[in-house]
Design a protein around this ligand. Structure first.
Ligand SMILES: [Zn+2]
Length: 85
């Protein structure tokens, strides 16, 4: 009876260690592959400086420190900036 419990514990420990190793391997694989987008970059939101709408960084247009939802809004923002300055 005792032997059965010990075997069960050993099996559980081996299963847990295998799972841990698998997760470590997956993380190592993600770090190694530069083409794989990192989880931190996912869902990074920026705000259009013209219409104040929030959108994913990947869909946004960048102009220096400013972000825009479209090239049209970038141009309009720059036009307004030129008029005020
Ligand atoms: Zn906009």
């Amino acid at each position: 009876m005792n032997l059965l419990i010990i075997r069960l514990i050993i099996f559980a420990v081996l299963f847990w260690a295998g799972l841990k190793l698998y997760r470590m391997y997956r993380e190592w694989q993600l770090e190694r592959d530069p083409d794989q987008p990192k989880r931190i970059d996912d869902g990074q939101m920026v705000r259009c400086d013209y219409c104040r709408v929030h959108l994913p960084e990947n869909d946004a247009v960048r102009q220096g420190d400013h972000w825009f939802c479209s090239p049209e809004h970038r141009d309009k923002y720059l036009e307004q900036k030129d008029l005020t300055s």
